[in-house]
Unconditional design. Structure first.
Length: 242
């Protein structure tokens, strides 16, 4: 467990999110995030069973508070995309295990190789033991096709919002790269900011929400009008989804 006195360099550059913060940014229920990152116990046929975390967190707890990193955040987004289209968690877990083996990482969905080899991961599961994955053989074929469909129609477009340096995932542009809003673990512990000035989008939004004119807010924070309007649009979208 990390101490509050842990050296700053252990946290700077990796992003830092509480579960509630991650839930807000991902527009997901906090309970779902906890279940996916911590695992949970459930009953099946009268017996208790353990459901393991979908992936290994990059951070431990800080004074008893569950913390997530930037790569955790992106990994959760990928899992949510597959689940939103009905792909079974057992198949997602199997894909995560295969991706971890293929890429040598605890965050297989958040690496650059997944962009090109993601469909191949589902293809290799075609030869897997369906019983080991936890579904019937005939269901496995349907689930793998569904996973490949999600990859083509949701995951591939999402990759356009991600930015790498070499093989390392560095930035997430939640509204797309035509907007100024970015989530960068190197800036403000990974909170959303204006990409070109580093001003938190929430600060710009609160100022406008309080009644200030866009031009005045831009002058106060020394940012252009687009920085303010993009921040307001982004933060408003988060609130509408909550």
């Amino acid at each position: 467990m990390l101490s509050m006195r842990a050296e700053t360099r252990q946290l700077v550059g990796v992003g830092l999110y509480t579960v509630s913060n991650a839930a807000r940014l991902l527009q997901m229920p906090s309970r779902k995030i906890r279940r996916w990152v911590q695992g949970y116990v459930y009953r099946y046929a009268g017996a208790k069973r353990d459901s393991d975390p979908v992936f290994a967190r990059a951070l431990t707890e800080l004074e008893g508070v569950l913390l997530l990193s930037f790569v955790d955040l992106i990994e959760l987004k990928f899992v949510e995309m597959f689940r939103s289209e009905g792909v079974l968690m057992s198949v997602i877990r199997a894909a995560a295990r295969e991706g971890a083996r293929l890429f040598g990482t605890d965050h297989p969905f958040a690496v650059r190789g997944f962009k090109t080899d993601g469909r191949a991961i589902f293809a290799t599961l075609q030869d897997a033991d369906a019983e080991e994955i936890g579904i019937r053989a005939e269901e496995l074929v349907q689930e793998l096709h569904r996973g490949q469909y999600v990859f083509a129609h949701m995951v591939t477009p999402f990759f356009r919002k991600l930015e790498w340096e070499a093989e390392e995932l560095r930035r997430y542009w939640p509204m797309g790269k035509d907007y100024r809003v970015v989530i960068d673990p190197q800036i403000a512990f990974g909170q959303p900011v204006d990409a070109f000035t580093g001003v938190p989008t929430n600060a710009l939004f609160i100022a406008v929400e309080g009644g200030a004119a866009v031009e005045d807010v831009g002058s106060w924070y020394d940012v252009p009008r687009d920085a303010v309007t993009h921040a307001v649009e982004y933060e408003a979208s988060l609130r509408q989804a909550s």
